[in-house]
Ligand binder design. Structure first.
Ligand code: ZN
Length: 216
């Protein structure tokens, strides 16, 4: 998928995701509070454009669960050393869904196995439009929400993140040097739930727009 921001084309090769980054969501899944950000990856092929109307229903593993998240697009290569340097690597921001096969994930966690089968399946990363990052944006006060079939389900504010966006970036950079086009899904607030075939999921943010997909 090509992402165009400020007339620059980015082709994401990697999607980094943060697990367990909002206290109330950790509580709803009965997980422990992490001491460092939980990082996992999805293949870039799991992206679904906001210009596509339908998400194919997963071929395995029960019902997909929605997780609405703020998404960061990296514009430059580099290994940031502090929060300010991290912010300088950001090219754009948006919202997206980290679709999750919760039953599969619960099984994998119980067996201490990797999460890819539950998190990195086809079409598991629907993405809204990425808008150019304005350095004056307060990264700690970004609001977003989702609704399923018109019923509000999740409300998030980055103020409630355990690890801020720059802190997440510094953690990722301990293991991977950033590349232009990298995407970071920054974790979900409480209110996650299952989707059925035919459901319409809509994600919304005052700053980043409103996008919807039908589970087909
Ligand atoms: Zn997530």
């Amino acid at each position: 998928m090509i992402i165009n921001v400020d007339n620059v084309e980015y082709q994401p090769q990697r999607i980094f995701c943060v697990g367990r980054n909002y206290r109330a969501h950790i509580q709803e899944l009965n997980n422990d509070l992490p001491k460092t950000p939980v990082i996992f990856c999805k293949p870039a092929s799991s992206l679904v454009s906001h210009e596509v109307a339908e998400i194919p229903y997963p071929r395995h593993g029960g019902k997909p669960h929605f997780e609405t998240e703020l998404v960061v697009l990296i514009g430059n290569s580099g290994i940031p050393v502090d929060n300010e340097a991290a912010k300088k690597l950001i090219a754009g921001l948006g919202i997206g869904l980290d679709l999750t096969l919760r039953e599969v994930q619960t099984e994998l966690i119980a067996k201490a196995l990797p999460w890819e089968k539950s998190k990195g399946f086809d079409a598991s990363a629907p993405l809204g439009k990425i808008l150019p990052f304005d350095p004056a944006t307060d990264l700690n006060n970004l609001t977003f929400s989702c609704a399923v079939n018109g019923i509000p389900r999740q409300h998030g504010n980055s103020a409630n993140m355990i690890f801020t966006i720059p802190e997440i970036m510094l953690e990722i950079a301990r293991y991977w040097s950033f590349l232009p086009g990298d995407l970071i899904f920054t974790g979900t607030p409480q209110g996650v739930g299952a989707l059925d075939r035919g459901d319409i999921i809509e994600i919304n943010s005052e700053l980043f727009g409103k996008y919807s997909w039908k589970l087909a």
